[in-house]
Design a protein. Structure first.
Length: 87
């Protein structure tokens, strides 16, 4: 599934704002994580016309999260291997 109209600058700004809010103690990390999960679920339901397209979008988001985790732990020096992340 191809996600369209991705604005990397806007995405980086949202990430920076969230990181700053958590880092400054404005929000707890768990609050942000659960709020993001809820937002993604609501976004999927509001954006996708059918359950099938909703599941496809959820799968694309899941894949992006896994790739981000893989890259992050690799950057921290863990040997993550070449295969899929077993999450």
């Amino acid at each position: 599934m191809q996600l369209h109209n991705i604005n990397r600058v806007a995405m980086d700004r949202v990430l920076s704002n969230l990181s700053h809010a958590v880092g400054q103690g404005q929000y707890e990390l768990a609050d942000v994580a659960l709020a993001l999960a809820e937002f993604m679920g609501r976004m999927i339901v509001n954006t996708c016309d059918t359950p099938i397209s909703g599941v496809q979008l959820a799968a694309a988001l899941e894949d992006h999260i896994k790739r981000t985790i893989h890259a992050g732990y690799t950057a921290k020096g863990y040997n993550m291997g070449a295969g899929d992340l077993p999450l």
